[in-house]
Design a protein. Structure first.
Length: 228
């Protein structure tokens, strides 16, 4: 008795066919998700870049002229960080620069930061930006670390910070930890202390007193007023 032989497929053929059929919608989904993530990162980075540009333009004349803007930008950066939205090296750099300009206040005759912990947060962001390939993050990491130390009444490590002496109106170079070597500074794109002091003298800032800043000029009681 003869019969028709059914053609069978090897199990591996079914697996290959299944992968071929399933791969198209699966890959489309992956590409869609990747596109959404990339778009989200780009939107956040563009927002941070705009905030960074505002931060820099407010200091174009060398003054602290936008305390409400500083506070508004700082709060927005903290919100984005809490949401996990700052993922790119450039975005981390912009966020670090904004956080290092935390609004200040006056205690007795000393200008102090209202939120010094933002400086150390800025340090970690700048360091992560540098490690992610954003080279400008190196100097900023050193500067934010120095600013945190100075805000705590400690000597700075790298030698990036000048502070205004309210009693005299002159900018002064903050004390530096003598244990830090120029080789360590070079790793973070910071020049030797002697070069920093020479550039400071050549800039004329050492001979140009600044007007005294009042508490109102240094702080912001209504951050919402800076919103666009």
């Amino acid at each position: 008795m003869s019969g028709t032989r059914l053609k069978t497929q090897h199990p591996n053929n079914f697996q290959r066919e299944g992968k071929r059929i399933m791969s198209k919608p699966y890959m489309a989904l992956l590409l869609s998700l990747a596109s959404m993530i990339c778009f989200g990162q780009t939107a956040v980075e563009e927002e941070l870049l705009a905030a960074f540009n505002q931060d820099q333009s407010s200091r174009s004349n060398g003054g602290v002229s936008d305390p409400c803007g500083d506070e508004t930008r700082r709060l927005r950066v903290l919100q984005l960080l809490a949401e996990g939205g700052i993922d790119t090296p450039a975005g981390k750099y912009y966020a670090a620069m904004i956080l290092q300009h935390t609004p200040q206040g006056v205690v007795d005759t000393q200008i102090t930061s209202k939120s010094a912990e933002n400086y150390i947060l800025a340090y970690f962001l700048a360091k992560a930006a540098a490690e992610g390939g954003y080279s400008d993050g190196k100097w900023l990491a050193a500067a934010t670390y120095d600013r945190y130390l100075v805000s705590q009444g400690l000597p700075q490590k790298y030698g990036t910070q000048f502070m205004l002496n309210p009693a005299t109106g002159f900018m002064e170079f903050s004390p530096v930890d003598p244990r830090t070597t120029d080789a360590e500074r070079s790793e973070w794109d910071v020049p030797p202390v002697q070069d920093t002091l020479r550039r400071f003298e050549e800039s004329g800032m050492a001979q140009s007193p600044r007007p005294s800043l009042t508490l109102a000029e240094l702080s912001c009681s209504n951050p919402e007023s800076a919103l666009p």
